[in-house]
Design a protein around this ligand. Sequence first.
Ligand code: S3P
Length: 451
Amino acid sequence: MTHPAAAPRPLRSRRTGALAGRVRVPGDKSISHRAFLFGGLASGRTRVTGLLEGEDVLATGRAMRQMGARIEREGETWIVDGVGNGALLEPDGVLDFGNAGTGARLAMGLVGAYDFTATFIGDASLSRRPMGRVLEPLREMGAQVLARSKDRLPLSIRGPRVAAPIEYRVPMASAQVKSAVLLAGLNTPGTTTLIEPIPTRDHTERMLQGFGARLEVETDRAGGRTIRLQGQGELTGVADLVVPGDPSSAAFLVVAALVVPGSDVVIENALMNPTRTGLIETLREMGGAIEAVNPRLSGGEEVADLHVKHSALRGVAVPPERAPSMIDEYPVLAVAAAFAEGDTLMQGLEELRVKESDRLAAVAAGLAANGVAHEEGEDWLRVSGRSDGSGLGGGTVETHLDHRIAMSFLVMGLASEKPVAVDDARMIATSFPDFEALVARLGGALDAAAL
Ligand code: S3P
């Protein structure tokens, strides 16, 4: 099930010797969700390899099954037999997305243009997150929404008999909102136009084109995009969909290798799509020795192996316009910044407040609990580091059902003077089930914490 065992599982990390070795991170979460969503929708068969088998993605797979797709695992390959564009079935029960914002929001878009009712539920974290950003454009297309608490889960969506194509300007930097509107456009007659003033991860556009959607992207001089999608066209399965390694999961191991003295680590097969590489760019500006070796194409995307060595980091000001290309990486960047000489300033962080937790508040509280000097603003964070980790650690971090808060602070404990505990490690399985095993394989020390 998508809901974890009832009891929290505290975990602690502590300083060890250097981290060393080669590891391969699991498949990209964003692309894995889309593999199930688009494969389940397209007619014919899609074969997926490298899929992230995390709880979030599996929840999306279950939802697609509930709407008629056949999804089976055969050895290392996931076989997805889709229903055909326009032919989703009314779900046979509520759709439970657990902790997964991407699964829930993209599926809302998918069903928003269908003349049936779909009910969405999730865990306590997902039930707190704003869904209005997706529901507003769906309402413009003709969908009706029933929710007990305004635009929060649990809620039901009933699409119109025939949806109306819209032109929609995404008001915040959000790939999920962009994607939801485009997915609703798939079952809408005519052209759905999406304007994205601030570019975000482009997996939906690229992958939909791979499934045969008629979709054009125009990029203006400032980088903003206009995307036009012709609705009700045919989508056909992709014979060999390869999911590259998740740069947002690689991020934890990259930072661990940078901050633990003496480390020398290779992280294989990380996606290098430029809409996702903001953290690598920032860590290099901080003096991080990160070399992308063996660059190649995999599943139509650039990937590389990241060779990372322990480095003396210095604080930087991260440009706010970089935020969309590293939005999930700020918690672990804050950990890197705790071990950097001087101040690191992160700005343009308003979206962090509506992730799996209020990540800005959760990071600031975690830093405070572990003796890291910092200042938190409405949409910014300044961290004052100590390069040798002296005096840092010793605290317990509240994770608020947020996998990235848990992993970030466990990374901190690998280099801080005193151990760092997190109150609950269960949610790590939503995005990176092998995290603990891979850290241990590199030589990191994690053990159950008695709180
Ligand atoms: C995602 C988009 C981002 C990101 C999330 C995955 C996606 O969310 O934080 O982890 O796959 O489209 P927003 O669209 O809310 O920025």
